[in-house]
Design a protein around this ligand. Structure first.
Ligand code: ADP
Length: 567
């Protein structure tokens, strides 16, 4: 039976009981009221009539007008005969009254009147007592019935009060607990109500929902596991070693290539705190060094052969749904095998080194021959021949400069820069460099001014390489200055470092080229007189000594190239 029907039945039952109690009460109240009405009408009135007859009979002899009152009351009594024996007594009263009317001095008749009236009063009095007893019985019976019904109703109401809240609330409590379990992803939760009402339907619906969620969860989990497997396989298939770290530096994944390279088994690496593993693994320690985003080339010996890997540390950020902030969730360490490129690069460097080296001797011979050619002792040249010899001399000097720069570049590229460090006074470097470019500056009429701070400390530097850099900067400054414009060399200390600045007032450089000027072979478009190697080699020479190079320039106004070295 449904709860709705049960509640409806309960309400109907309460109505019926209320009607029953009300009906019984009204019935008995009417009964009692009818009894008392009957007493008044049937007996009490007779008592009054007889009282009046007795009073009138006392005065009947002396006051004849009382006959009239007696006559009226006896007639009323004759109309109100209700009790057994009352009729005979009333007839006797009538007879005695009739006799008395004929003879008004008949005292016997008067006595008979009084006796009959008394008897009638007694009969009615007794009837009143009897009827009162009946009324009291009725009232007792009514009370009994009402008490019985009320007790019965109270018992039912008490049982109802005890059971009904639980009947409604218990399933709701169970349902609430079930919903909470589902919210906590316990989809195996089921509800059973051992009853046939709406709650059973609710339990069935709940169980169906839980079952579907369970199915969905399992199908999703299987999907996620499959996708995870797929990604693991893809990472494993990659030919480059990959290691994934979470935000707490624990290893989340590492492919077979990475495990082979690190010479570790997966259980020794996965899920472990990377710096802990790195304590006993030099390669992992190197991989974890140097911040997060830098890329660097690492040399690793694999199977007895030198291999070069370009290490990239890629930070992983995550943005939660409907949020704007990035959250760091770790990093991926990627090692790209660049051995083949490195080998090609090395072959190229060796090739350039060999060629440049081999060219040096013939160029020196050529320079010697040109010098001899220009010597009058060998034979006089006519003016045309002298011009040709001069051009030859200039071009061989240029060729010599290019081969020298290429040779320096090979030194730089192979990482074989040999520094001869020692204490050097800055003005020595400046004097040497200015002297070296004196001829060019005079020829182009670009004077070189020097502003050297007093009492400069000596610096820890390679005299030859540093002079080479300053000469290169001065040569460029002269080359890109107009005639009769000066070039200033400044040397000063700042923040404990010694700065060398070469300032010219020449063509200047557009800002878009500035960050590429120190790259190998880079030349500002439209200026193709050199190799584009001078500044790149300068940078390497200065950085090898722990210094820094830089440039400030404005198109049309000139440039300032500088480098800094520590004391
Ligand atoms: P290059 O041998 O070609 O001069 P560098 O590496 O010395 O090679 O210079 C690279 C480029 O920088 C040059 O091609 C030139 O365009 C520019 N450059 C260098 N110095 C100056 C300067 N003082 N003024 C203007 N441009 C310059």
């Amino acid at each position: 039976m449904t709860i709705k029907t049960k509640v409806a039945y309960g309400v109907v039952f309460l109505f019926v009981v209320s009607f029953a109690i009300g009906g019984i009460g009204i019935f008995y109240i009417q009964q009692i009221s009818k009894d008392s009405r009957n007493i008044i009408k049937d007996n009490y009135e007779s008592l009054e009539y007889m009282q009046a007859v007795i009073e009138a009979s006392d005065l009947a002899i002396t006051h004849p007008d009382t006959l009239f009152s007696m006559e009226r009351n006896i007639r009323l009594q004759e109309e109100n005969i209700t009790e057994a024996g009352e009729l005979e007594q009333t007839q006797g009263l009538r007879k005695a009254f009739d006799k008395f009317k004929i003879n008004r001095n008949d005292s016997i008749a008067l006595i008979e009147i009084k006796q009959a009236a008394h008897t009638i009063s007694t009969i009615n009095m007794q009837a009143i007592f009897a009827k009162n007893g009946i009324a009291q019985d009725t009232a007792r019976r009514a009370s009994l019935y009402l008490i019985l019904i009320s007790t019965f109703v109270l018992l039912i109401a008490f049982t109802f009060t005890l059971n009904f809240p639980g009947y409604i609330a218990n399933p709701i409590v169970k349902l609430t607990a079930g919903i909470k379990s589902i919210a906590n992803r316990k989809y195996e939760e089921r509800l059973t109500f051992d009853r046939k009402d709406e709650f059973e339907e609710l339990a069935e619906a709940f169980n169906l929902m839980a079952e579907k969620l369970d199915e969905y969860e399992h199908s999703n989990l299987a999907k996620i596991l499959f996708e995870k497997k797929r990604i693991e396989i893809i990472i494993n298939m990659m030919s480059d070693p990959v290691v994934g770290l979470d935000e707490k530096n624990r290893v989340v994944f590492a492919n077979n290539q990475a495990l082979n390279l690190l010479n570790l088994k997966s259980e020794m690496l996965l899920g472990r705190y990377a710096p802990d593993v790195a304590l006993k693994n030099d390669l992992l320690r190197t991989l974890l060094q140097n911040g997060t985003t830098q890329s660097q080339v690492i040399k690793i010996i694999v199977d007895g052969k030198e291999n070069y890997f370009n290490k990239e540390a890629i930070p992983i950020h995550y943005t939660a749904t409907a949020e704007n902030e990035f959250v760091s969730i770790g990093q991926v360490l990627l090692l790209k095998n660049v051995t083949s490129y490195k080998e090609l690069d090395l072959a190229k460097t060796n090739f350039i080194a060999t060629i440049s080296h081999e060219l040096k001797t013939p160029i020196a011979s050529m320079q010697m021959c040109i010098k001899l050619l220009q010597d009058n002792r060998v034979g006089a040249l006519n003016s045309e021949q002298q011009d040709i010899a001069k051009t030859l001399a200039e071009e061989t000097t240029r060729l010599s400069k290019i081969t020298n720069e290429l040779l320096d570049l090979t030194q730089v590229e192979s990482g074989n820069i040999k520094l001869t460090l020692g204490k050097v006074l800055p003005f020595e470097i400046v004097n040497f460099a200015v002297e070296a470019v004196k001829f060019q500056s005079e020829r182009k009429r670009v004077p070189i001014l020097t502003e050297i701070e007093k009492d400069l400390p000596s610096i820890q530097a390679d005299m030859d390489k540093t002079s080479w850099v300053l000469i290169n900067l001065l040569t460029n400054a002269i080359r890109y200055s107009p005639e009769n414009e000066k070039v200033i060399v400044k040397v000063f200390t700042k923040n404990g470092n010694v700065y060398f600045e070469v300032q010219d007032f020449g063509i200047g450089i557009e800002s878009k080229h500035l960050d590429k000027l120190f790259d190998k072979f880079y030349q500002v478009p439209g200026t193709s007189s050199g190799t584009g190697l001078g500044l790149a080699i300068s940078k390497e020479f200065i950085e090898a000594q722990g210094g820094k190079v830089g440039v400030r320039s404005e198109i049309g106004k000139g440039s300032i190239f500088y480098f800094q070295l520590s004391q």
